[in-house]
Write a protein that binds this ligand. Sequence first.
Ligand code: TXA
Ligand code: MG
Length: 329
Amino acid sequence: MNDHGSMVRTDRLQPDAAGLARAAEILRHGGLVAFPTETVYGLGADATQAEAVAGIYAAKDRPSFNPLISHLDSVRSAQVQGIFDETALRLAAAFWPGPLTLVVPVAPTCTISDLARAGLDSVGLRVPSHPLAHALLAAFGRPVAAPSANRSGRVSPTAADHVLGDLDGRIDAVLDGGAAEVGLESTIVACLGGPPRLLRPGGVPREAIEAVIGQKLEGASETGNNPVAPGMLASHYAPRAQVRLDAKDIRSGEAALLFGAGRPGGIEGAAASLNLSENGDLTEAAAHLFSYLRQLDASGAATIAVSPIPEAGLGEAINDRLRRAAAER
Ligand code: TXA
Ligand code: MG
């Protein structure tokens, strides 16, 4: 789908050299390609291009920004993006390539966009074992952000036909690799300094992980009755400053987060200001959201005043994030 919500042609790419080359080319140009992994089909975009990542949310109709998993071709590529402690290294050695996602602190060399990380200082990484996924990641050479390739609220797809049923006309291509084997999403383990925690049960059983690290995982209960909600540890990025929404004018000393061409009253007196999108383009606005919030927060202003943002399309997810930032105190 383009910025104005119109349909695109979705190509079904064959699992051969030409299909892979085309898929990598689409990713390089900031497009969206669904591809098979051993768990489910993922909806991929270049994780380093925030606007491409914003396109994932638009195509899925997802009303909120969650941190996404970035997919890589090797442990070595993953270590450019995240900091692996001893436990994380051991888990990567034991289960990669495979259906395990590790949430680790962001490395100084990380190239994954703020939007793919939902503004967090941690990053979710996975090296999938599906041969086509691996071939695509190796050909592309950059991290690929990919949630499951379904519309928000629908079940995860395990075949190219499922992907097309949900996303035909909204994404550039699906790489057809037949049926996904596991059919269950990856297990997510956070290694953030403290004891490792299970964030989401999935394709790798808890017991197998505990056997490798020689200790019990914290998080979801032993019986599985009380699993930790995915992303729960993530505790969303919240600015230090107060956030004032729907600001039609700017008060002296506030930092201003603008949207659209208008110049609000009082803007001369702003401590700092950034415009999410002068053209009123919601995909561009989503791409800038987290980095601009951080930059304005760093200005030291006590309050960030935010221009009204339409609730349509990606505006819903942008406003959801801003409302949380305004409420979290
Ligand atoms: O099997 C899978 O994991 C599939 C395939 C495509 O790889 N992907 C998938 O992505 O299930 P998704 O977007 O449906 O789930 C990603 C989960 C979210 O629940 C998110 O909260 C968590 O990963 N996650 C990612 N990065 C995180 C982070 N930095 N901190 C906490 N949770 C994170
Ligand atoms: Mg999903």
